[in-house]
Design a protein around this ligand. Structure first.
Ligand SMILES: [Zn+2]
Length: 135
């Protein structure tokens, strides 16, 4: 077999499907509207999938959505009607800022304090980024 054929074979055998599988999926909210309130039933689950403190995620969401809200056991109660797509969007931006590594896209990260700065450190590739958004 010559080199071109080998190359072709190599390309064909690239595991494109498993790559897709490895990609981290940001969890989507589940819940419903109750009167004038929005109830999310999987909020703490989302926080634990993102491996972040629920209070941290909550603060961000309430500020971004400009709504009052509180945790009631495991349910998150938001003080007004908000569509799930709007909340998903905010959780996505939270993940991009506070969870996903900007180099490799993996969620295996930790937030560390260095002086006054918060650093997002990736345990998968070792990249470090300063988190500019304050909560
Ligand atoms: Zn990384």
């Amino acid at each position: 077999m010559d080199y071109d054929k080998l190359l072709e074979k190599g390309i064909k055998e690239l595991p494109s499907i498993s790559q897709e599988k490895d990609r981290f999926e940001i969890p989507k909210v589940k819940g419903h509207i109750e009167g004038n309130k929005t109830i999310l039933i999987n909020f703490t689950q989302i926080a634990s999938t993102l491996r972040r403190d629920p209070d941290h995620l909550l603060k961000f969401l309430l500020r971004e959505l400009a709504t009052p809200g509180n945790l009631d056991e495991k349910r998150l109660v938001l003080g007004r009607k908000i569509s799930s797509s709007q909340i998903n969007e905010k959780i996505e931006s939270y993940a991009k800022i506070f969870v996903l590594c900007k180099e490799c896209g993996k969620p295996d990260t930790q937030i560390m304090k260095e002086g006054k700065a918060n650093i997002l450190r990736c345990t998968a590739c070792g990249a470090r980024h300063i988190i500019k958004t304050k909560i």
